[in-house]
Design a protein around this ligand. Structure first.
Ligand code: AHM
Ligand code: MG
Length: 341
């Protein structure tokens, strides 16, 4: 008896397209191309430790190709997979200073703008810690065939879709196009992402707080009060919460999405606007988190409401379970920490 495979991400995307009778298929095609890029990056990440052995000099591998840093490799992989599809007007990446215009030799006039962090948390690669790719899709809003920076400087609330691929104990893709958050696990034996986590909902309150607490002395008083709150004993709210911090945003976020909890990367004296990037990290994850029933703020402001002013803008980030983020918002506003909820 042949085994039943389950729903591939491609079928899931096509099914979602059928729910929109006027859809042209462009969005589905775009997502499907991204899925292929994710598989190529997965293959490289899963062999990460070997590249040094294969490319002894550090300059070339056995095929005579240049050994690239994996984040550069992931960046180029996505660009090469997406630039000739005719679906995009431009791309923006954490790895590139300016937007990438679709070269003239490729079809022009794509109606989507793709922003991505090709390999977030890449400083963890050598220690075999989970890393991820994050993407965000906006509709083109400027005139003309070519995309412009303004196509990317749109609030996160206008995203058409966002998602991430986590390269962990297994490789997973999680995405939303505004109709639920769905997770797919890569079955490497057949090379397909299969639906494993339909309609993910983040618990309203968690038991985990995730923050680089080594920065405690660099935070302002209100930020310290937020961390203190999660560590204060209180039976009614299940505190103290457990501290879990991988230092790899996609991995920290993914765990909290499934288990509940809050991830924080606040501003500090060295990073007055926080460390994480609005367009490539905070906004896409905020879109996913909200769609799963959670919340995401920079402090007093909702991440999805922020009007970006520049491509590489940074933002403080408090993201996760709705009630936990509400506590952060209150304390950051200057309210006294709730004694018990
Ligand atoms: P990167 O984009 O250079 O990889 O940096 C982003 C990473 C996130 O994955 C993670 O949440 C954060 O930086 C960790 O920073 P820190 O080491 O300061 O705690
Ligand atoms: Mg990053």
């Amino acid at each position: 008896m042949p085994e039943r495979l389950g729903t591939t991400v491609t079928k899931h995307i096509m099914d979602a397209q059928r729910a929109h009778p006027h859809a042209t298929g462009d969005f589905s095609n775009l997502m499907n191309e991204l899925v292929v890029a994710a598989k190529v990056i997965h293959r490289a990440v899963s062999k990460a430790g070997l590249s040094d052995i294969l490319g002894k000099t550090g300059l070339t591998n056995v095929q005579g190709e240049e050994v690239q840093k994996l984040d550069e490799f992931a960046n180029i992989t996505i660009i090469h997979k997406m630039d000739h599809t005719g679906l995009l007007c431009a791309m923006a990446s954490e790895e590139m200073d300016q937007i990438f215009e679709i070269p003239d030799k490729h079809p022009q006039g794509g109606k989507y703008a793709l922003a991505f962090d090709p390999l977030d948390g890449s400083s963890n690669i050598d220690a075999n810690v989970s890393i991820g790719t994050i993407f965000s899709i906006h509709r083109k809003v400027t005139s003309g065939l070519k995309g412009k920076t303004d196509d990317f400087l749109q609030p996160g609330s206008r995203q058409v879709a966002a998602g991430y691929i986590i390269y962990g104990s297994s490789t997973m893709m999680v995405y939303t196009s505004g109709a639920g958050v769905h997770g797919f696990t890569l079955d490497p034996s057949i090379g397909e992402f299969l639906l494993s986590h339909p309609n993910i909902r983040i618990p309203a309150r968690g038991k985990i707080y995730s923050v680089n607490e080594g920065n405690y002395r660099k935070w302002d008083d209100r930020t310290r009060a937020v961390a203190d709150y999660f560590k204060t004993e209180d039976k009614a709210t299940g505190r103290p919460y457990s501290a879990r911090y991988i230092g790899s945003l996609v991995a920290d976020f993914h765990r909290n999405l499934l288990y509940g909890g809050v991830f924080m990367y606040p501003a500090d004296v060295c990073n007055p606007h926080g460390k994480l990037r609005l367009l490539y990290e905070a906004a896409p994850l905020a879109f996913i988190c909200k769609e799963a029933g959670g919340d995401a703020i920079s402090g007093e402001e909702d991440i999805l409401d922020i009007q970006p002013k520049e491509l590489h803008q940074r933002t403080p980030l408090f993201i996760g379970s709705r009630d936990d983020v509400a506590v952060c918002r209150g304390i950051l506003k200057g309210e006294a920490a709730p004694v018990s909820r």
